[in-house]
Design a protein around this ligand. Sequence first.
Ligand code: ATP
Ligand code: MG
Length: 389
Amino acid sequence: MTKEKVLEALKNVTYPGFTKDIVTFNFVKDIEISDNRVALSLDITSSAPEVKEQLNKDIEVELKKIGASEVIATIIQPKAPKEMSNSMSGKNLAPQVKNFVMVSSGKGGVGKSTTSVNLAIAMAMQGKKVGLLDADIYGPNVPRMMGLLDQKPEIQGNKVLPLKAYGVEVMSMGSLMEPGQSLIWRGSMIMKAIEQFLRDILWSELDVLVIDMPPGTGDAQLTLAQSVPVTAGVTVTTPQEVSLDDSRRSLDMFQKLHIPIAGVIENMSGFICPSCETESDIFGMGTSEAVAKEFDSTLMVRIPIEPAIRIGGDTGMPIVYHKPDSETAKRYQEAANKLIAFIDKVNEEGGADNSGIQPTTPPGVSACSTGTAPQQSSGGSCGTGCGCH
Ligand SMILES: Nc1ncnc2c1ncn2[C@@H]1O[C@H](COP(=O)(O)OP(=O)(O)OP(=O)(O)O)[C@@H](O)[C@H]1O
Ligand SMILES: [Mg+2]
């Protein structure tokens, strides 16, 4: 028996919940063989005990097939996060989902969708039950980025089953419409679409639903915050001053919507040259730290400009999954760790609460429409009918 033979056999052990094997994921660290006894160690990304148990079983089966008399697998797991709970009050259209994360930016094209996709997969790789809602109804990009372009969701009664890719449940307007079609959205239609995404999609009992927002601070953001208690807001920005101005707007919106701010992700921050792997400064680096501080928050991580990120998005092969050893994938994993820790902290402190931003307009009238509806200004309202103050 040789190390090569052992590695070959371990390629038949798929990582639970995924289609790739533990060798491809680079989880197998040391292999020692004496006579026919094999001792090996694995460093995996999930803290779930079921994952460890399953791997132990599968590894033993595969190695015994090639003649191992005894198999000792030491599986190293990250520390288990505390139980997440949805201890919220206010309105919640998707109560089976424990936590909601809004990924936002003041400006378009800074990498919200790319960040949402990679963060969602990173959390799934860490053993969380994760969903990804593409709430960018104007420009849904998630189906392409998740490799789901030609898949249509299954309808069950008057509900829709989410699609699944990379261990993540996914729903997007792009998966419900014909490719290339455009819709002209009114404020009230946006509200309805967002509400349906939460109420009429059969999300499982998810630990986290990551929500990729359209750019800016508009009806979609307000409706979402009024429909579910958002546990954490993540602002994506690029390092240039002009983008930072916009990210202040996004952080200010989180405050107005009573959304706890998990932090800022500085995207396209530096450039990692693919041939030499050195990092150079293009748009500036680390500039968003000061902006985050203005809002008592932190810079969660800097993600460099890297051709592999763009290619991963265009081809539906996200970098965090397909190049788990790359520096960028590690940074997405770091951001996912920080986000999970932040969610735990919010829940320990009582959970998210959207009761203070409920609409003050009568039922059936868009809380954000231009004000033809009679106003029911009550205590604490901003008096514009927007319901946030
Ligand atoms: N760090 C990066 N390195 C290289 N390319 C990137 C990086 N981040 C994003 N991109 C690419 O930039 C483009 C825009 O990114 P993305 O679609 O994620 O932005 P967005 O903020 O969601 O845009 P929109 O506001 O239009 O929804 C995509 O082609 C994406 O692949
Ligand atoms: Mg986008």
